[in-house]
Design a protein around this ligand. Sequence first.
Ligand SMILES: Cc1ncc(COP(=O)(O)O)c(C=O)c1O
Length: 408
Amino acid sequence: MGKRKADSPPRRVTVGTVAVGEEGKRRVREALDRGRISGGKFVQEFEEAFAAYHGLKYGIAVSTGTDADAVAAATLLARGAQRGDEVIVPALTFISVANAVLHAGLVPRFADIDADSYNLDPEAVEAALTPRTRAIMAVHNFGRPAPMAELAEIASRHDLMLLEDAAEAHGARYRGRLVGTFGAMATYSFYVAHILTTGEGGMVITDDDELARLCRSLRAHGRACDCKVCVLNVDSSYCPLRYKYGDDTDIRFHFERVGFSSKMNEMEAALGIEQVSRMDEIVRARRRRLEYYNEHLSRYEKYLKLFRPGPEEEISPLCYPLLVTPEAPFARFELTKFLEQRGVETRPAFGSIPTQQPAYRWMGHAEGEFPAAEYVGSRGFYLGCHQNISDEDAAYVVDVCAEFMERF
Ligand SMILES: Cc1ncc(COP(=O)(O)O)c(C=O)c1O
């Protein structure tokens, strides 16, 4: 571990990072100088670049990853779902996934995870199906791919829409194929702690013309018109379809569905364009950190479950999750407190939404219904695993873990 100068600030190894390059700054300035700061040409460019990276036709940029989930789920209402129908979500993931389903007018139906992979357990998904189930939201938790082959098979057998939430998994692969390309739509968050970041922001990607049209309408209050003039403020021209419903019906204030106010602005997209161009480099750097931690913490595997990819999985780590095993002679909080006191940031591994998050008590689930989610929720936590953790920082994290472990 490198020596630190006596007057240097205490080391902090954060869970997230932001590094805006010169190109990003130049584009932000350009957007400001142009004076068109709500959605415009940068939003369009970012959408096209991110969708193209995945080999898909459409990107629909929105304000947040939560809105991306809500917009994607709300398309179900245009495909025959009724308000109150259900979307299967993992019992353990970030809470916004369940919130977004409710925002869309649907109901989250929780299925337990597999405690080893942290992702949806296909058997639990089957068991959670009801006559009102309309979709499965496969979340790639912490950047590890969900079992897409099994989930796609269940979705197709039960005629359900398969959605992917890849908010934590930009660039992860399953059987060599990028996550986000298996479902009818995939959603992303570009929140500051995520892999690519625009500060705040989200995106839905899809190959389906009609779903893309619905998403564009839903992010803009449910607006009827999908023409370029209405969708993006690329210029000030007149909407060619403005009076297509008659001389007294202005399409700009004519709404076909209940939508959201969820657009991305030019400054966010300006950062996003640069981020996509660096995506391979960012993912590679994160994987290197993951491999370093797995290698150097492997001697503690009896007490700490590490984050290893399963067969045919390529993790793109949002973070580095660890789980304190039942054999460990210490509690999770003792280790996280020790790490935090030494400047290593930690977060708990989300918790079981239906049984460990007070916000979902109203659904009436009882402790014990989601054993794997509860197990991970009470024993798991994560550290940062990003491109701005230096080799020295990573060695420091390993040293701090070693210092703690030496006591046992
Ligand atoms: C799996 C998942 N989906 C959705 C979101 C929501 O993203 P945002 O914070 O951009 O709303 C997050 C978290 O931040 C997440 O982890």
